[in-house]
Design a protein around this ligand. Structure first.
Ligand code: NDP
Length: 699
């Protein structure tokens, strides 16, 4: 492990189940503490067996992950998050050397751990406990229902390679690892060299936890320039970094010709737009200024989501600049990240410092006025360390190309004026060519709607900031695992997060067509028309059949079906239900008005009467393994039921999802009401919780 007092050893990689260091490398990169310049890590991958790592993932990793199901893997993520949470102080300690302050640790390290928790719970709540995910509804492709089609997701058979940027050594890894792991795809992490020692420490903890299946996580600490040479259509690459590197990787033969799945997140010129309804005195003005200052100071502005373009009505430009100056003076303290007074640490490396300075100079050459900070203020900062002053630039011409093209990846932003006309603001924001996120600050729902349709197509995410959400907002710069993170256009064209969507990035969607039995076999979900194990009330009473409600998850199988008797609806039933519930809508109570309605022959039964009766028709009332009914889904009323009609219900176990953490599971039942002519009256799913064993005492 790297230390600041001893000469650090070469940072190891973890490949094919072993920690690995090059034996006698000639090419070594030295990585230095961003504040003190001391050597923190030495890095080389000379001689590493990249092909072997890829092969290990595709074979050992795929096999080990494939033995588990989505919920098992999601649960491991929770345990992993707990483990990392217990050891996060160790990561904080190491991470200071990157220039990160204590608050920055919350974004990178706690943010990464939080992402694991979120994916764990979403994976278990929103995905099936299976390895196949059904996407959307079943399409009936033959008139008699014997030929159906639907879409399913299955995991990709290769590895998920992540090539990460230097700015988030922990979160950057975990946000990609979590969805790939749930999908069942082994990960190979290649962190950026300047901060890869933090990633290495985190990977070490993850492996030490003993929670990860073999081959599910490998680490390449160092250049790994040959990574794409070993990949093909089985594999996925998720890249974060500069647009130039993304372009060269995207152009690799294996991406172009062999179908490597490639997504990128690159430079993004994110905007914060002040809408024309905001005045200097409105609470939105203050919230806007706070947000801009927070975004350029957190992580010393080295965030892919930081606000680079502050687009405000021309008339308010001087006031916004003055307020930014004032807030930076009050809040921004550039200094040693270990000092609790510091809010802005150094940039991650001298190279980054050089890059940011060069970018700011280019912006000045392109016409920027330095309103705050800038190259001249460098002299007031400590000599040693990659410190950069908080810098606010302004442009007279809001359409100056450089400000929409050049990402100064540090505590730097530019203020631009627009005419006050929304179309003008939208046009200026769009010059960024596609950004990860924009903030639109407005208290007007009408203006919010105009901005949403104006800039939506250029952005992965838009935060609408006003007085009501300013305090509770997670902030412009915080991608949340629940929502899309990524963007069209120059910011890479990718979409990494987005709840369970992110899991599906590591899976292939395939249309499957076949008979109800075959699709039931493929998806683990019973399809109407597939083989059923049917019992009637008579069977139950005679003892020749067991009601499915008597079965615990040990014996209940999809396709277990109960068909009720017919029950006739009388006019009295309808009127009584109307009176008892207060639902005296005319279609149930006024014969003449009901007959005038194009949908009803005469007075009809309430849909809820039918659903309630259905419960009475299928229920098995004695205490048993069915513990609770927690809802209905997809309820549709299809054929009206009038008095003297009769209904019956067919209830079939459709989907069984044992919970990995509880003594029960979820059972979705296909419920279908039909009338005396076998016409479909209503369809829906009944959602229940069913014990894994019954009686529980026998378990
Ligand atoms: P790079 O694009 O140089 O590096 C990003 C990652 O790609 C690193 O892990 C790097 O490895 C790796 N890499 C570089 N070349 C190759 C290659 N040929 N094959 C495989 N991997 C490769 O970006 P930086 O991290 O140096 O940042 C440069 C600029 O990118 C920043 O100044 C900023 O403008 C922008 N950036 C944008 C981000 C965003 O999300 N919008 C995030 C971070 C940076 P190694 O470190 O070992 O060279």
């Amino acid at each position: 492990q790297a230390s600041e007092t001893q000469e650090p050893q070469i940072l190891p990689s973890f490949v094919a189940g072993k920690w690995w260091r090059p034996e006698d490398p000639q090419k070594i990169a030295d990585v230095r503490n961003a504040t003190t310049g001391e050597l923190v890590a030495r890095v080389s991958t000379e001689g590493i067996d990249t092909a072997g790592a890829v092969d290990h993932g595709r074979t050992v990793g795929q096999a080990a992950l494939g033995q588990l199901r989505i919920h098992d893997r999601a649960l491991i993520l929770k345990q992993l998050a707990q483990y990392l949470g217990e050891h996060k102080e160790e990561l904080y300690e190491i991470s200071y050397a990157t220039g990160a302050t204590a608050k920055d640790h919350l974004i990178d390290i706690d943010g990464g751990i939080g992402t694991l928790f979120t994916f764990s719970s979403k994976g278990r709540r929103e995905l099936p406990n299976a390895n196949v995910i059904v996407d959307g509804a079943v399409e009936q492709l033959s008139r008699d229902g014997s030929f159906l089609g639907e879409h399913v997701y299955t995991r990709v058979p290769g590895v998920a390679v992540q090539i990460n940027a230097f700015n988030f050594p922990v979160w950057g890894m975990l946000e990609k690892f979590a969805p790939a792991f749930i999908a069942g795809v082994p990960t190979i992490v290649k962190p950026a060299t300047p901060t890869g020692y933090v990633t290495e420490a985190c990977v070490r903890l993850m492996l030490d936890s003993g929670l990860l299946p073999e081959g599910s996580l490998q680490l390449i600490s160092g250049a790994a320039r040959d990574l794409l040479d070993h990949l093909d259509a089985r594999d996925h690459v998720a890249f974060t970094g500069s647009a130039a590197t993304a372009q060269s990787l995207r152009a690799h033969t294996n991406a172009q010709e062999k179908g490597v799945r490639f997504t990128a997140e690159t430079d993004s010129l994110n905007a914060a737009i002040m809408a024309p309804d905001v005045t200097e005195d409105s609470p939105e003005f203050e919230a806007f200024v706070k947000s801009v200052v927070l975004e350029i100071t957190a992580k010393a502005g080295q965030k892919c989501t930081a606000i680079r373009r502050v687009i405000v009505p021309q008339s308010l430009k001087p006031a916004v600049i003055a307020a930014l100056r004032e807030r930076v003076a009050q809040r921004a303290v550039v200094g040693d990240p270990r000092d609790s007074a510091t809010t802005v640490g150094p940039l991650a490396s001298d190279d980054q410092h050089f890059e940011v300075l060069r970018s700011v100079r280019t912006l000045i050459d392109a016409g920027a006025t330095v309103e705050l900070g800038g190259p001249e203020e460098l002299a007031s900062l400590p000599d040693q360390g990659a410190f950069f002053p908080v810098t606010v630039l302004s442009f007279d011409d809001a359409r100056t190309p450089a400000v929409h093209e050049l990402e100064a990846f540090g505590p730097v932003t530019s203020v631009l004026g627009y005419s006050g006309d929304i179309a003008d603001a939208v046009e200026i924001a769009a010059l960024g060519g596609g950004s990860l996120v924009a903030t639109v600050c407005t208290h007007s729902p009408e203006l919010a709607a105009q901005f949403a349709s104006g800039i939506g197509a250029y952005h992965g995410r838009v935060l609408f900031l006003d007085r009501d959400d300013a305090k509770t907002s997670t902030g412009h710069g915080s991608p949340v695992p629940h929502l899309v993170h990524g963007s069209p256009g120059r910011a890479g064209g990718g979409e990494k997060l987005g709840g369970v969507r992110a899991v599906k990035h590591y899976m292939q969607r395939t249309a499957v067509q076949g008979s109800p039995d075959l699709l039931t076999g493929i998806t683990g979900k019973w399809h109407w028309g597939a083989t059923a194990n049917t019992v009637t009330r008579e069977d139950v009473e005679n003892g020749t059949g067991e009601h499915p409600f008597r079965k615990s998850l040990q014996t209940l199988r999809i396709g277990d079906q109960f068909v009720s008797d017919l029950r006739t609806v009388s006019l009295e039933d309808i009127l009584e239900f109307a009176e008892k519930t207060g639902d005296t809508f005319y279609a149930h109570t006024d014969e003449e008005a009901a007959m005038a309605n194009p949908f009803f022959p005469r007075r009809v039964a309430h849909g809820y009467l039918l659903v309630s009766w259905a419960a009475g028709l299928f229920v098995e009332p004695a205490p048993g393994p069915v513990l609770a009914n927690y809802g209905l889904e997809n309820l549709r009323f299809i054929t009206p039921v009038t008095y003297d009609d009769a209904i019956r219900v067919t209830l079939t176990a459709k989907k069984i999802t044992p919970r990995v953490t509880d003594e029960y599971g979820e059972v979705a039942w296909d419920a279908r009401l039909t009338n005396q002519k076998d016409e479909i009256v209503a369809t829906y799913d009944v959602l229940t919780l069913v014990a894994k064993r019954w009686p529980v005492a026998d378990s």
